[in-house]
Design a protein. Structure first.
Length: 300
């Protein structure tokens, strides 16, 4: 099959492209050429900003499906849809579980759960306050304007090799160094999904041209932050000792139970569509190994 990926050279997109290619598919990448432009020399690269795609000469190109990992504002969706309508049947959009409006005590969040509404739907600044609401508007734009099959994937916290955010790697890398650092909310639920498992779900949805919306979260067995750290110690450094202190704490809800529902999201629909989870210990080992290979410093 032939796929067009909008983005595709960083973390999630990179992992999806790698998965598509390794399964024998042909991939074209449309991106600005700013991030890892040397990747995937076997693919055709269309270098343009997606906000200017309507002025880009696409010629007679056609694809079986479009995979969009770089849509953050509705205008970016509109320009892509206008330029690509009629050039593919399926449009698969990577959204986020941050679209959900979760209140205290809510659990088992499913795809039909209420979503966030922005006070100002014209805003285009993407930050912690607007990210989820803007993704909602991106989804609605796609559903209303695309003429073919629409598939929306809502991942949770994505982890694994190529993760440049360090949100989970922060905890893992300190454990590897012998320091078990703990969040205030150590008993909060914590859902993560390996980017490679997410890519496997995307592959299934594309090959079957399945429409619908799917929460992509994991691991397969629910875990607390404490259990994740216990597993990390067992996997990465059994000698790691508790290191008390006040640290930068990515993913720590700091005891705010009102937000915990976003880490208790139902993934039955994705499971039925083919989502499978590798062992979390494997993800931990691979994420830390990649971090070490890159010689990076932690962002936090």
């Amino acid at each position: 099959m032939d796929f067009l990926v909008l983005g595709g050279t960083q973390f999630v997109g990179r992992t999806i492209v790698k998965t598509l290619l390794s399964n024998g598919h042909r991939v074209t990448l449309l991106h600005r050429g700013n991030t890892n432009p040397e990747l995937f020399p076997e693919c055709e690269h269309l270098l343009t900003d997606r906000l200017e795609i309507e002025q880009f000469d696409l010629g007679e190109r056609r694809w079986d499906a479009i995979v969009d990992v770089s849509g953050y504002i509705p205008r970016a969706m509109t320009t892509a849809i206008n330029a690509l309508k009629g050039r593919a049947e399926q449009y698969l959009f990577i959204s986020t579980i941050s679209v959900y409006d979760v209140q205290a005590g809510e659990r088992d969040i499913r795809e039909d759960h209420r979503v966030l509404e922005l006070a100002d739907p014209t805003v285009e600044k993407v930050d912690g306050e607007t990210y989820g609401g803007l993704k909602v508007l991106c989804e609605r734009t796609l559903e209303s304007d695309w003429s073919g099959t629409v598939t929306i994937v809502r991942p949770g916290l994505i982890v694994g090799p190529f993760d440049h955010t360090d949100r989970l790697t922060y905890w893992l890398e300190h454990i590897r160094r012998g320091q078990r650092r703990e969040p205030v909310g150590i008993d909060q639920p914590l859902q993560v999904i390996d980017a490679r498992d997410l890519a496997g779900l995307v592959l299934n949805l594309l090959q079957s041209q399945t429409p619908g919306t799917f929460n992509a979260v994991g691991p397969a067995t629910p875990m607390s932050f404490r259990q994740v750290l216990d597993l990390a110690v067992q996997t990465l450094n059994p000698a790691a000792a508790l290191t008390p202190g006040d640290y930068a704490k990515p993913l720590d809800m700091e005891g705010d139970t009102e937000r915990e529902g976003i880490m208790v999201v139902n993934w039955e629909a994705a499971k039925a569509a083919g989502l499978r989870h590798r062992p979390l210990a494997e993800t931990m080992r691979d994420a830390v190994a990649w971090f070490q290979e890159q010689g990076r410093d932690l962002k936090f």
